[in-house]
Write a protein that binds this ligand. Sequence first.
Ligand code: FE
Length: 227
Amino acid sequence: MLFRQFFERESSTYTYLVASRQGGEALLIDPVKEEVARYLQLIHELKLKLVFAIDTHVHADHVTGLGDLRNETQCVTMIGSGSKAECVSRKVDDGEALRIDGLELRAMYTPGHTDDSCSFVMSDRVFTGDTLLIRGTGRTDFQNGDARAQYKSLFSRLLKLPDETLVYPAHDYKGWTVSTIGEERAHNPRLKVSNEDEYVAMMNSLNLPNPKLMDIAVAANLACGVR
Ligand code: FE
């Protein structure tokens, strides 16, 4: 498999390029608008055909590259079916399989960080968006975030994946690049709660400042980052 992890410094966002081989079909997860030229360069150099560009949720901290990528490559843009981003070509339902040649991803609806958050599961890895971060979890205090829903997404869905499943989140602020479900269950401080109420109380006491770009980014992302 061909797998690349891009890092965007301003918002500490990870973007993933996945394909089964050079010259084959590819997909991008959580592309950032300012980085689109770089993705297209690599796609061109590896002779890939971009089939899907996917956002795990409507982001509040950066503008999505979905619209620009669709304009440049005619790829299909996608987000979870709970999303208000009506600009996408297609919305994916919980459990739906996305196929490109030689590869399959399954959408897993994991709300909580936002009401439209989806994870995408492959045989050996999961793209968790901002639902599960490395040694953290995504904030739940805006965009219809819901700590109770996130608790269920974490404990009833993501943590049910096999322990060895690789975890690739949408962000990291400390330099982690990858983890596993087993490692997060054992060492993620946010998962050390004994019940849902305890998790909700912890998330409700975080008092985080809003992201710098929030007002601009959410509005732009509901239009896929293009006017
Ligand atoms: Fe987010």
